[in-house]
Design a protein around this ligand. Structure first.
Ligand code: FAD
Length: 298
């Protein structure tokens, strides 16, 4: 497919700023998504990404939304793709449709089983076993820039940090241009991941995945969202204002800005905002960060 490469932007001298959306399931959800896309478009992010439905659903919507972003906006889109419930032939078909729509950037993740994300992973009889295999499949299918997932607190299925790092590096060597992390709330956790990956001899750039806290409920879901308990020192700051919704939100923006500024100081190759299809919190963080330069293809 060719076209601007997310991998090249991330490997460039200026940090990338990107936004993640999920495919809507209802007409109201669709309206919300497109409102958020339009509101964030004016910030001129490096790229935007569209997730692939959990359990291998929304195959069609992911392709359709990504294609619409490519044709109707000025944004550079990246599609997520998972291996759940797909044969290799089906995966090739989705990859071919993305190529046909001019999409040249794909985030290759294995996906979780439908229902319980920690349930047994069952490979489709004609499918693949690990994200590593999906990376190879996409690479073999054409001129794509391919990203993979990284986990600051190790993947919940990994026995320990060492094997997690080993498998991550294998996945990168299979042909990934870059990685994006699961969300985290303490810059140190990102830096530890980056250090252990570098110590394993991998130079794959790792973009930080972030989501500002806007409600106490996000903190309560920390283990589910990030893979670890919310950092205790930060939790104390939030607990002091827990009764005041506006104050929680303001603190969420402030602490996200603090973390992003630290990451930028540390030379992070990019920051990827999980927007949940809303623009306000992301825009506020962006405005306070006021990046002097943003990597873009244009
Ligand atoms: P893998 O890299 O395959 O790893 C899975 C487990 O297997 C890990 O424990 C790993 O250490 C282990 N492993 C890997 N290789 C080997 C090997 N050779 N031998 C033994 N063990 C091995 N989910 C969705 O459904 N849709 C999305 O759009 C989506 N987007 C995401 C975006 C980001 C940035 C992130 C961080 C996650 C995303 N996810 C998405 C969630 C993801 O699908 C799950 O976290 C999934 O459980 C792991 O995917 P993976 O690609 O890291 O898997």
């Amino acid at each position: 497919p060719g076209g601007p490469s997310v991998g090249e932007l991330i490997r460039g001298p200026v940090p990338t700023f990107s936004f993640e959306f999920f495919p809507p399931k209802t007409p109201a959800g669709e309206q919300l998504l497109w409102q958020a896309i339009r509101e964030l478009e004016s910030l001129r992010p490096s790229f935007v990404s569209i997730t692939y439905g959990a359990g291998g659903t929304t195959r069609d919507t992911t392709v359709a939304v990504t294609e619409r972003v490519a044709t109707e906006t000025t944004l550079l889109p990246m599609a997520h793709l998972t291996a759940v419930n797909h044969s290799v032939a089906e995966l090739r078909n989705v990859i071919g449709r993305l190529a046909g729509a001019g999409i040249s950037n794909i985030l290759a993740v294995r996906g979780d089983p439908p229902g319980d994300p920690m349930g047994e992973w069952v490979r489709h009889p004609d499918g693949i076993l690990y994200a590593e295999d999906l990376v190879r499949l996409i690479r073999a299918a054409g001129d794509f820039s391919v990203g993979v997932a990284a986990f600051p607190y190790k993947h919940p299925r990994s026995a320990d940090v060492e094997s997690d790092t080993r498998h991550f590096v294998r996945k990168c060597r299979a042909g990934a241009d870059f990685a994006i992390t699961q969300m985290f709330f303490d810059a140190e956790d990102y830096l530890r991941l980056r250090d252990r990956v570098a110590a394993s001899g991998s130079d794959t750039p790792i973009v930080a995945g972030v989501m500002p806290v806007t409600r106490m409920a996000t903190i309560e879901r920390s283990v589910q969202l990030s893979g670890a308990a919310f950092p205790p020192a930060l939790l104390e700051r939030f607990e002091r204002v827990a009764g005041d919704e506006e104050a929680v939100r303001a603190l969420g923006i402030e602490t996200c800005v603090e973390m992003c500024a630290r990451l930028l100081d540390e030379g992070v190759p990019g920051i990827h905002f999980i927007t949940l299809n809303r623009s306000t919190a992301t825009r506020e963080v962006w405005q306070q960060l006021a990046p002097a330069e943003v990597a873009t293809a244009a």
